[in-house]
Design a binder for this molecule. Structure first.
Ligand code: HEM
Ligand SMILES: *[C@@H]1O[C@H](CO)[C@@H](O)[C@H](O)[C@H]1NC(C)=O
Ligand SMILES: *[C@@H]1O[C@H](CO)[C@@H](O)[C@H](O)[C@H]1NC(C)=O
Ligand SMILES: CC(=O)N[C@H]1CO[C@H](CO)[C@@H](O)[C@@H]1O
Length: 273
C-alpha cells in the first residue's frame, strides 16, 4: 500500500471517529455501569417474557422509540398520559396504532426494583429496541445511554413524524429537521423488515396511485400482487400486512436527548414525578 493511500485511509478513519464521537456527544454506552450494572439483563428478562406472548413486541417498541425521538428528541415525551398540563402525544394522529406501553411499564417496574430512580423511560426504549432487533435476527449496535425524561409532552409537535401519505421529499425534510440524512432514512426504514401495517396506510399505492388509475410503478410486480391479495380495493382498511422493506439506530437515538440535570428520571413512564 502506498503511503498516500495509507494516509487517506487514516484520514477517513479519523473523520469517522470524530463524527461518531460528535453525534454521541453526551450519551455513552457505559452510562449505567456503576449506577445500574444489570440494566441490560433486567430489560432482556422482561422483553423476552413479553415476546412469548406477543411476537410483535419488538416492532411495537422500536416504533414507539422512533415516534419519541422525532418529537422534542428522545426524551420519553410520547409515554406521558393526559394529565394537568400534559396534552398527551398518544392522542395525536401519528401515534395511532402505537402500542407496547404496558411492556415499558413492566420494564420500568423491574428496573425500579433493582436501581430505583436511575434508568430513564427514554433509555428503556433505546435498550429494548436494541435487544429485540438483535433477538429477531437484525443487526446489533452498542446502545448509547444517559437520556433523561421530559416533564412535558408536545402533542402539536407530532406533525414532525413522517406520514405514509408524504412523498420522499417531504419525508427526507422531516429526517433532515432532526439531523438525519438520506442514508439514515434508508437504513432506518429497514426497521420495517418486521412488524405490520394496516392496509389503510398503503392501499392508495396499490390501485389508483396519485389518481393515475394505476398502481405505484415503483412497487415490484410480484410483491404488488401479494399486497393486493391481502388488501383488496375497497376492502377492510384495518387488515394487517407484514412489512417488507432493512437499520442508523444510534443516530436516531441521539436526536436531542435531555442529559445532565435537564428533565428527570420518571418513576412511572406515564406521569411526570
Ligand atoms: C421513513 C418514514 C416512515 C414512515 C412513513 C413510516 C410509516 C409507517 C406506517 C404507516 C406503519 C404502519 C402503521 C399502522 O399500521 O398504523 C409503520 C409501522 C412500523 N414502523 Fe414505520 N415509518 C417510517 C419510519 C420508521 C422508522 C424510522 C422506524 C424505526 C426505526 C419504523 C418502525 C416501524 C415498525 C417496527 C412498524 C411496525 C409496528 C408494528 O408492527 O406494530 N418506522 N411505519
Ligand atoms: C446482577 O445480576 C447478577 C447475576 O445476574 C446478580 O448476581 C447480582 O446480584 C445482580 N445485581 C444487582 C444489583 O441486582
Ligand atoms: C382514481 O382517482 C382519480 C382521482 O381521485 C379518480 O378521478 C378516478 O376515477 C380513479 N380511478 C379509478 C379507476 O378508480
Ligand atoms: C396508544 C394510544 O394512546 N393511541 C391513541 C392514539 O390516538 C387515538 C385518537 O386519535 C386514540 O384513539 C388512541 O387510543
Amino acid at each position: 500500500m502506498s503511503s498516500s493511500l495509507i494516509s487517506i485511509v487514516a484520514a477517513i478513519i479519523l473523520v469517522t471517529i470524530c463524527v461518531l464521537e460528535n453525534s454521541n456527544a453526551q450519551l455513552s454506552s457505559t452510562f449505567y455501569t456503576t449506577t445500574c450494572p444489570n440494566v441490560t439483563s433486567v430489560v432482556r428478562g422482561v422483553v423476552e417474557q413479553a415476546q412469548q406472548n406477543d411476537i410483535r413486541i419488538g416492532a411495537k417498541l422500536i416504533r414507539v422509540h422512533f415516534h419519541d425521538c422525532f418529537v422534542n428528541g428522545c426524551d420519553g415525551s410520547i409515554m406521558l398520559d393526559n394529565a394537568d398540563g400534559i396534552d398527551s402525544e398518544k392522542d395525536a394522529v401519528p401515534n395511532q396504532s402505537t402500542d407496547g406501553y404496558d411492556v415499558v411499564d413492566d420494564i420500568k417496574t423491574a428496573l425500579e426494583n433493582v436501581c430505583p430512580g436511575v434508568v430513564s423511560c427514554a433509555d428503556i426504549l433505546a435498550i429494548a429496541s436494541q435487544i429485540l432487533v438483535s433477538a429477531n435476527g437484525g443487526p446489533t449496535w452498542e446502545v448509547q445511554l444517559g437520556r433523561r425524561d421530559s416533564r412535558t409532552a408536545n402533542r402539536a409537535g407530532t406533525t414532525a413524524i413522517p406520514s405514509p401519505f408524504e412523498n420522499l421529499e417531504q419525508i427526507t425534510k422531516k429526517f433532515s429537521d432532526v439531523g438525519l440524512d438520506s442514508t439514515d432514512l434508508v437504513a432506518l426504514s429497514g426497521a420495517h423488515t418486521f412488524g405490520r401495517a394496516r392496509c389503510v396506510t398503503f392501499v392508495h399505492r396499490l390501485y389508483n396511485f396519485s389518481g393515475s388509475g394505476n398502481p405505484d410503478p415503483t412497487i415490484d410486480t410480484a410483491y404488488l400482487e401479494t399486497l393486493r391479495q391481502i388488501c383488496p380495493n375497497g376492502g377492510n382498511g384495518g387488515t394487517l400486512a407484514d412489512l417488507d422493506l432493512l437499520i442508523s439506530m444510534i443516530n436516531m437515538g441521539n436526536i436531542r436527548p435531555l442529559t445532565g440535570s435537564d428533565g428527570e428520571i420518571r418513576s412511572d413512564c406515564k406521569r411526570v414525578n
